[in-house]
Ligand binder design. Structure first.
Ligand code: ATP
Ligand code: NAG
Ligand code: NAG
Ligand code: NAG
Ligand code: MG
Length: 574
């Protein structure tokens, strides 16, 4: 049994920015937050998720320090150092394995696990120092801390487990099934933060006005607008302030970084004739400066044209081909004015089109469902939610039918809410399954319904059975209570078998007959020994599963020999 923690530290490990918040585990009335970048004249609640390793593959810097150091490297050295940014997106929409590699900006690769775990190790050390300064006591025993790491709700189970593995590598926890690490879902964390804000608006955080959570029955959509992903969830407030999920997690990779990418696409179009490609290849650090400048400009709140400084080497590479102003003749919305690129407000908005169209489209699709008819609020959180262009678009699309709210520090709502989640993981009382989950079983062969390819005959007693059958345990879009443990009984197929292998699968279909159908995904297996064969096929096997959690946990037991195995399904096995 895990010992009681003194502190809860929640790490929001974002695609663009990362940070953490913490509080005493005994009460969350004071959630402490950390500001970053003060050495560089900045003060932000998160630091860039950028990490730098030297040529010997040793960790050097994280965050603003990594960005600044990398920018200051002479280009001969920059080519040998390993700089990573936006790497969290590599865990979305791909097959995640523990051995996967990441490409640094110098084109060379490192194991993804090293990049993630060194980042987490840095944040861990930083947090321990901060706690020490704040409490005048050294955290001697890591058991005193419960860590929370947030992940997008639309991430696969394998990606979630990869974060757990990285946390173990980083020394946050000592083993993979440690209860000292809680994986929280980003939009849920944000929802927990928002529900204790005043109902009539999120202007002030501490007011005696009626809180959201004081109105049971209120239903709202939370949209976490991050740099990488847009993560959507729908919640209803219960009598006891707990949350009930009403719709399965939705969203996609349409975060704020798409805006930068669409801007880069545009630059590439302007600087044709191979100019842009050469620039990207030969001057990565300068490009870094230029993109940083753009990322500040896109946050402008003025609804006016913006000016992007065209850096020296880009100008130089371009001038080798032709007079710079000629590059701008073929494009609309950008004008060359003496070393600076002027971009019209219309053009600037067009860089947001792809993100916005997808966000609005997905929200519409969810909200138009008849069962979502009583949803009244749209809550926007995450750094990208600060964008005036995004907010204008959401208002235009939805303000007629919904109240649209955005907390003051939209970007830290996730980390603060994750602290609340760490203190009380049961506050999200039920979730909607995003997939159909099941296990592979056998059954007595029935020629009327079974495929003859799946017929097997037992050597021991001639029993004819159908193999590879999919037994549904929980269906897609089914609401699952997090406290509920589902029990299932199974029996061995062969009287003399001394172990049984449970193989878990999932699909986006409602149900399936066989585990090798199209759209089936193997999640992992667990082997339970059943050494005592005296009872033959009458030996009972019990499986207990908790489904509503952010991670999937099963206990399989052979009743006869009392052998049992706990598995957090190994999603990472290849
Ligand atoms: N005022 C603004 N206007 C436009 N974009 C903004 C503004 N403020 C922040 N952003 C964008 O928001 C994103 C960062 O938000 P946030 O920190 O919530 O993301 P993240 O947590 O790193 O990403 P994810 O949640 O997808 O992993 C960046 O793309 C940033 O450029
Ligand atoms: C923006 O990027 C997306 C995805 O990368 C792409 O599909 C879209 O066409 C781009 N839009 C513009 C205007 O370049
Ligand atoms: C970005 O470019 C604009 C226009 O040239 C300039 O005024 C501004 O100082 C630049 N900002 C940074 C951080 O380089
Ligand atoms: C232009 O690129 C060269 C070579 O990469 C670099 O040494 C120089 O500092 C760059 N110039 C500026 C103004 O950044
Ligand atoms: Mg985020």
């Amino acid at each position: 049994m895990a010992s009681k923690s003194v502190f809860v530290v929640a790490i929001d490990f974002g695609t663009s920015y990362s940070g953490y918040c913490f509080s005493l585990a005994s009460g969350t009335d004071q959630i402490r937050q950390v500001y970053w970048g003060t050495e560089h004249g900045l003060k932000t609640p998160k630091t860039p998720t950028c990490i730098l390793f030297n040529q010997k593959l040793e960790f050097r810097k994280f965050g603003y320090d990594a960005v600044m150091k990398y920018k200051s490297l002479p280009s001969s050295e920059a080519d040998n150092w390993y700089f990573f940014q936006n790497f969290k997106m590599t865990l979305y929409n791909t097959k995640v394995t523990s051995g996967m590699k990441l490409k640094a900006s110098n084109g060379k690769t490192l194991p993804a696990l090293t990049v993630f775990s060194e980042s987490l190790r840095y944040l861990k050390e930083h947090a321990l120092n901060t706690i020490q300064e704040a409490s005048f006591q050294t955290v001697c025993d890591l058991e005193e801390i419960t860590w929370v790491i947030t992940v997008p709700a639309i991430w696969s189970s394998a990606a979630r487990q990869f974060m757990r593995l990285a946390a173990k590598e980083a020394g946050l926890i000592s083993d993979m099934i440690s209860e000292k690490l809680i994986i929280a879902l980003e939009p849920e964390a944000a929802s927990l933060w928002c529900k204790q804000l005043p109902q009539e608006g999120f202007i002030s955080e501490n007011s005696d006005k009626k809180k959201f959570e004081d109105s049971p029955g209120i239903q709202y959509v939370v949209v976490d607008c991050g740099g990488g992903t847009i993560d959507i969830t729908v919640h209803e407030i219960q009598e006891n302030h707990y949350l009930k999920e009403l719709h399965k997690a939705a969203g996609g990779g349409w975060g704020g970084n798409r805006v930068d990418e669409n801007f880069t696409d545009f630059l590439k179009k302007i600087f044709d004739d191979g100019v842009w490609d050469e620039y990207v290849k030969s001057h990565p650090t300068e490009l870094q400066h230029m993109m940083y400048n753009f990322s500040l400009q896109k946050c402008s709140a003025s609804r006016e044209e913006v000016y992007i400084h065209c850096y020296y080497n880009l100008t130089r590479v371009a001038a080798c081909k032709k007079d710079i102003s000629h590059f701008f003749k073929k494009v609309e919305g950008a004008v060359w004015c003496d070393g600076v690129i002027m971009i019209t407000y219309e053009k600037m908005k067009s860089f947001f089109d792809y993100s916005i169209k997808n966000i609005i489209g997905t929200l519409r699709e969810i909200l138009d469902k008849p069962e979502m008819a009583t949803v009244q609020y749209i809550l926007l959180v995450g750094g990208f939610a600060s964008s005036i262009i995004l907010r204008d678009a959401i208002h235009q699309a939805f303000s007629k039918n919904y109240h649209i709210l955005c907390p003051l520090e939209a970007q830290v709502a996730i980390a603060k809410g994750a602290v609340l989640f760490g203190v009380n993981p049961h506050s999200v009382a039920s979730r909607v399954s995003a997939r159909t989950y099941g296990v592979a079983v056998t059954a007595k062969f029935d020629g009327a319904i079974h495929d003859f390819h799946k017929l097997r005959v037992s050597k021991a007693d001639g029993y004819m059975y159908c193999t590879d059958l999919f037994k549904k345990l929980v269906g897609i879009e089914e609401s699952v209570n997090i406290n509920k443990v589902a029990h299932y009984d199974f029996y061995p197929t062969e009287p003399d078998q001394t172990e049984v292998c449970f193989s878990f699968y999932c699909t986006e279909k409602q149900d399936a007959q066989y585990i090798d159908e199209k759209g089936m995904e193997w999640l992992g297996s667990c082997i339970v020994p059943m050494p005592d064969t005296t009872l033959g096929k009458k030996r009972q096997l019990k499986m207990d599963i908790k489904f509503g959690l952010t991670e999937f946990k099963a206990t399989c037991t052979d009743i006869t020999s009392k052998q049992s195995r706990v598995v957090i399904i190994d999603f990472l096995a290849v």
